[in-house]
Design a protein around this ligand. Structure first.
Ligand code: 8YV
Length: 305
């Protein structure tokens, strides 16, 4: 896909698998750039928009765009595009994987086996909890939340959700809109699938975890900054909640010294929500198409409002 850009335009590429691009270098590269294809690791803030005099479009390889200062983009007349829809089912699958992994203590069980500590069978050995028939609360019933909820139907779950208002995605799902407190109090599993905004930032704090049931599992595929991580650690340690399953962290990547590492009732993944080969192909293609559309004077396919 990137070759399509190289055929038409002069392209500078930073190896994103290595160290993140230093801010100074980013600013230099952006000085005469017409377009930028960015990821979460690039903070596209007011300073970048001021420096990028030729910039017409920022095409973000993600559905989320909390790494981009939308106000500064608008002020500088730069179009922002993202990659919604193409990653919906893949990300919902990962959320489901996290929920089942946490419920059935898969990481803990695998650790036991691999460390040679599996000594025999007993009735409650590695006994987890069922998802079948449970109440599942979704914080952020957008496209991904709804795709997750559709999967819950096969598990005969009761689905409740919290949004600012009725979600257009919830109509055929038999999912009930509830207050944030009701979501916390009633759910056996809570999934955070919301976009990160000023309103949703650090929404899951000590008070929120305190309201959850002590057997409840918390799953996060949104953003790490939805959660006060020290509060989550305490909640899991003290038994305020049973377990957490996370794909995202407040400050990524995390190292092996992160306080969550090694905890039995934590399922931890390195932000791979949308990481299937087919979906990543689609995301990159959409990013490229969004750039070419704008540079050819057309509207991008998926513009951030
Ligand atoms: C991206 C994501 O892969 O879409 C999002 O918002 O978090 C992931 O799908 C990640 O942001 C890399 O840029």
């Amino acid at each position: 896909h990137l070759n399509q850009l190289k055929e038409k335009y002069e392209v500078f590429m930073w190896d994103s698998a290595g160290d993140p691009m230093p801010k100074k270098r980013f600013l230099e590269e952006m000085e005469d750039a017409d377009a930028a294809l960015t990821m979460l690791s690039e903070k596209v803030d007011a300073e970048v928009f001021e420096a990028a005099k030729e910039l017409k479009v920022v095409s973000n390889l993600a559905v989320g765009f909390d790494n981009i200062d939308l106000e500064a983009a608008e002020k500088n007349d730069v179009i922002i595009a993202n990659t919604p829809d193409v990653l919906t089912e893949t990300t919902a699958e990962l959320a489901f994987t996290l929920m089942l992994t946490s419920a059935r203590r898969i990481i803990e069980a695998n650790r036991e086996l691999e460390s040679g500590d599996w000594t025999g069978w007993s009735p409650y050995h590695m006994a987890g909890t069922d998802v079948y028939g449970k109440t599942v609360g979704i914080f952020g019933m957008g496209a991904i939340g709804a795709a997750f909820a559709r999967r819950l139907k096969g598990f005969d779950c009761r689905v409740i959700y919290h949004n600012r208002s009725e979600s257009k995605y919830a109509a055929d799902l038999d999912a009930k809109l509830v207050s944030f407190d009701e979501l916390l109090e009633q759910s056996d599993f809570v999934l955070c699938a919301a976009p990160l905004t000023e309103e949703t930032k650090y929404k899951f704090d000590q008070e929120a975890f305190g309201k959850m049931q002590d057997h409840a599992h918390f799953i996060n595929i949104g953003r790490g900054a939805h959660v006060v991580e020290t509060d989550l650690k305490k909640a899991v340690e003290t038994g305020d909640i049973a377990a957490a399953a996370l794909d995202v962290y407040d400050g990524e990547p995390i190292s092996k010294d992160h306080p969550f590492i090694g905890m039995d009732n934590m399922t931890l993944l390195p932000h791979i929500g949308s990481a299937s080969v087919a979906t990543r192909d689609d995301m990159v293609q959409l990013c490229v198409d969004n750039i070419t559309h704008v540079l050819e004077g057309k509207a991008p396919l998926t513009q951030v409002k």
